[in-house]
Ligand binder design. Structure first.
Ligand code: KG4
Ligand code: ZN
Length: 343
């Protein structure tokens, strides 16, 4: 549907839908920063017994949950379909079968109610969770750390994303989850390692992958293998390590490379704001380390609350606001794309 330029108001009401992984989520956002509702149906319990997300199971759960999650989001917000100005949906990246459930629900609602359809990139969504907290100051730098992503993204202006660094193998959250599994902790392991790390000492010298000089890329698979090998060798030799010390030592290696590269990039690009988002942004050690680095500087540090860091639809509505203002819409051919690029 075409909206005339002069019709574009900035207190629009958007229904946003997110189904890229294992959370079925819908939210109603006004003007890109006001959360009228934010509903998340987590599937963690269903996937826990398999030690990770099972794509087919995720799609089935999304199909079962999407209708009531959208209804609840509208009810919580106190709005009806007729009050909406647009429908936004995560179009990728993510699990393709999972994405398709959200994309088709959004298309159906947009078509039935004659509303514009706004396609949102999942990482742009994670990054824009920050605008639900406070307004942006450009240039800004976003560290996106989740189960599927580890990226340093430069924002020169509104909605202009430039990926300056990314993981070459495992994502930070993925490394947490795999190390947790080798310590016999349940999925998702990040929060448990974070907790154990606070009770342990950093006495095991695990490697840190700095990569080439000046590179803002990351690599966590070597660290993950080092932890698994250490535990394996110790078992064979009858050595015993405290889980707390393994967690603390592993976490130190992850946090050091994340914070140091963020600090260097912030200085190189002269950014006014640093934003840390994604599930791993819940990590207490990472939050503290970022605060230590930026607290006495000119750089404003924004780390949204946990509920906005892990997958949710409020962040999708926040990102959709930029597309709404620029009148960037999808047509009825919109499809879920597992490897959608940020540009
Ligand atoms: O953003 P998210 O909810 O989903 C993805 O888009 O991936 O992130 C989930 C990831 C999981 O790998 C989980 O272990 C990790 O975030 N995570 C943590 C913590 N809380 C969640 N990692 C480290 N410390 C935490 N406190
Ligand atoms: Zn995510």
């Amino acid at each position: 549907m075409n909206i005339e330029k002069e019709q574009i108001k900035d207190d629009e009401i958007i229904l946003a839908i997110e189904t890229s992984c294992d959370e079925t989520a819908a939210a109603v956002i006004q003007g890109g920063s006001s959360i009228l509702s934010n509903v998340v149906a987590s599937q963690i319990e269903s996937h826990q017994r398999f030690g990770g997300v099972v794509p087919e199971l995720a799609s089935r759960h999304h199909t079962e949950n999407i209708t009531w999650v959208v209804e609840e989001a509208l009810t919580d917000a106190g709005v009806i379909f007729a009050d909406l100005d647009a429908v936004a949906v995560t179009a990728g990246p993510g699990l393709v079968g999972a994405l398709l459930v959200g994309v088709n629900a959004a298309k159906a609602i947009a078509f039935a109610h004659g509303l514009p359809l706004l396609p949102v990139h999942h990482i742009a969504g994670h990054i824009q969770a920050a605008r639900l907290e406070r307004p942006w100051h450009y240039p800004a730098l976003a560290l996106v750390v989740s189960g599927g992503h580890t990226e340093l993204v430069l924002l020169k202006d509104e909605g202009e994303y430039e990926v300056i660094g990314q993981t070459r193998d495992d994502a930070a959250g993925e490394a947490y989850d795999k190390v947790a599994r080798s310590l016999n902790l349940s999925y998702p392991g990040g929060p448990q390692i974070d907790k154990l790390a606070r009770e342990g000492e950093t006495i095991i010298p695990f490697p840190i992958a700095w990569l080439e000089e000046g590179s803002y890329d990351f690599s966590f698979s070597g660290l993950k293998s080092a932890v698994i090998n250490k535990l394996h060798n110790a078992k064979q030799k009858g050595e015993v390590f405290r889980k707390e010390d393994v967690a603390a030592s592993f976490q130190r290696s992850v946090i050091e490379v994340l914070t140091e590269k963020t600090k260097r990039a912030a200085a190189q690009y002269g950014v006014k704001q640093v934003v840390v988002v994604g599930g791993v942004a819940a990590n207490k050690g990472l939050r503290q380390s970022m605060k230590d680095i930026f607290s006495n500087t000119e750089v404003e540090l924004t780390i949204p609350p946990l509920a906005l860091c892990t997958d949710n639809a409020a962040m999708i509505g926040a990102a959709a606001h930029i597309q709404w203002k620029k009148n960037i819409q999808a047509d009825w051919n919109l499809n879920g794309k597992a490897d959608l690029a940020l540009f």
